[in-house]
Design a binder for this molecule. Structure first.
Ligand SMILES: Cc1cc2nc3c(=O)[nH]c(=O)nc-3n(C[C@H](O)[C@H](O)[C@H](O)COP(=O)(O)OP(=O)(O)OC[C@H]3O[C@@H](n4cnc5c(N)ncnc54)[C@H](O)[C@@H]3O)c2cc1C
Length: 393
């Protein structure tokens, strides 16, 4: 039955209430299947699936999780493997190349259209009979020692749902957090597809420029471009005609991949770092972007959020139902904290350390990239962390 027709109790009590059916909330709903828990997903949008211009780089670790969730069989054929990643900085020496061959794996990661990824998760969520309430905008969420609760608006009516555990996966925009640390990068990610005169051969690029990183991710027969642009220049760059846009891109990226030939429709996303402290109480948790928003450099955000959802489902599987929301989640939180801090520090260092033209830093970066390329144990460790997260050794 389509999710839009599945009715959860309008007001009532459930084991787990998940707020937000984005890719992370949907992944959690899939992960809870077979646990024998009564779960409800509350989603503000009326239609779950819709277009989104982003392409998402999925790590090998995420592929394994999506496989276990029963999502990869549908998504895999639409995803493009990344066999190598070329990292460099414009106008200076130093480069590093990470390859799947060095790691003895078929691919370092995969690139999927955001819509394909989300659509596969939503269809899987429906297939495992998750109860989804669409058009339900949560206005407030909280917890007492006895229960968690969400107050939501649906079809103009305010309703209340209590749950043993409330999980916020609303993307960090919908609900206020008590303690949130925000950093505005003053940048936006300009995204579109581009074609190049040379075939991509499954090679991805991360090129650092003083303005910010430019990423090219192989996607089908083209590249997905993520061009970090100073916020004050975004509108002008969005308004360029294709010829001028491609010229500017060529000047910023260089000709390592040949000539840029065509560009698809462009969109832009503002970029910030946002971390929520006190992420958990026994009855109220945040996962995905509701807990952490990262710069897209190195493609970490969704991968981190998926690991949140997967680890949480694992932790809940080990709890007797009646203890749900009564034991503190210190172990879960401790394990996730290292991964989240590792990912956010790494992306923040890459953005701030590489988005400038200071000569000393440029030399240092060149040396760091050269060392990464030459020192095989360092390269293996770095690549493993990109593939499986900061807690991996
Ligand atoms: C340009 C760009 C490129 C990126 N590239 C990558 C990449 O390559 N790899 C990677 O891993 N990550 C990447 N990311 C990050 C990734 O897109 C996010 O981490 C991911 O989409 C977060 O998913 P989420 O489910 O946590 O939140 P969201 O996708 O924001 O979903 C939240 C859901 O909650 C719903 N909602 C919101 N408020 C309420 C409310 N009050 N009540 C009920 N429902 C509500 C929303 O409608 C939505 O459906 C990129 C991000 C950007 C901007």
């Amino acid at each position: 039955m389509p999710a839009e027709q599945v009715c959860a109790p309008a007001s009532g009590h459930v084991d787990v209430a998940i707020v937000g059916a984005g890719p992370v909330g949907a992944a959690l709903a899939c992960g809870l299947q077979d646990l024998g828990l009564e779960a409800v997903v509350l989603e503000a949008r009326v239609r779950l699936e819709g277009p989104d211009p982003r392409a998402i780089a999925l790590s090998e670790g995420s592929r394994l999780i999506l496989q276990r969730l029963g999502v990869w069989d549908e998504l895999g054929p639409h995803a493009t493997p990344i066999e190598s990643i070329h990292v460099s900085q414009r106008g200076s020496f130093g480069r590093a190349e990470l390859t799947a061959r060095d790691m003895a794996v078929p691919a370092l990661g995969y690139v999927a259209q955001y819509g394909d990824l989300h659509g596969s998760l939503v269809r899987r969520m429906r297939a495992c009979d998750a109860r989804v309430l669409t058009g339900a905008r949560v206005m407030a969420a909280g917890a007492t020692t006895a229960y968690g609760m969400v107050r939501f608006l649906r079809e103009g009516k305010e309703e209340l749902l209590t749950a043993r555990l409330v999980v916020l996966s609303e993307g960090g925009k919908g609900l206020p957090a008590a303690q949130r640390q925000d950093k505005d990068y003053g940048q936006a990610a300009l995204v579109c597809t581009v074609t190049t005169s040379r075939p991509h051969d499954h090679k991805a690029y991360e090129r650092f420029t003083p303005e910010g990183p430019i990423a090219l991710l192989p996607l089908g027969g083209a590249y997905a471009l993520i061009w970090t642009t100073p916020a004050q220049q975004v509108e002008a760059r969005l308004a360029l005609d294709d010829r001028e846009f491609l010229q500017q891109l060529q000047a910023a990226f260089g000709d390592r991949q040949g000539r840029f030939l065509r560009a698809g429709p462009r969109a832009a996303f503002p970029l910030r770092l946002s971390l929520t402290h006190a992420r958990h109480s026994p009855r109220l948790l945040r996962i995905g972007n509701a807990a952490h928003v990262l710069h897209p450099v190195a493609g970490q955000g969704f991968n981190l959020g998926l690991r949140d959802a997967w680890r949480l489902a694992e932790a809940l599987a080990d709890l007797p139902r009646e203890r749900l929301g009564m034991v503190d989640m210190r172990e879960y939180d401790h394990r996730r904290r290292a991964d989240i801090l590792g990912g956010s520090i790494m992306t923040d260092l890459l953005v701030t350390g590489f988005s400038n033209d200071w000569p000393i830093l440029r030399q240092f970066r060149g040396l760091a990239l050269a060392a990464l390329d030459l020192a095989s144990p360092l390269k293996t460790l770095f690549t493993r962390k990109m593939m499986f997260g900061a807690r991996t050794w």
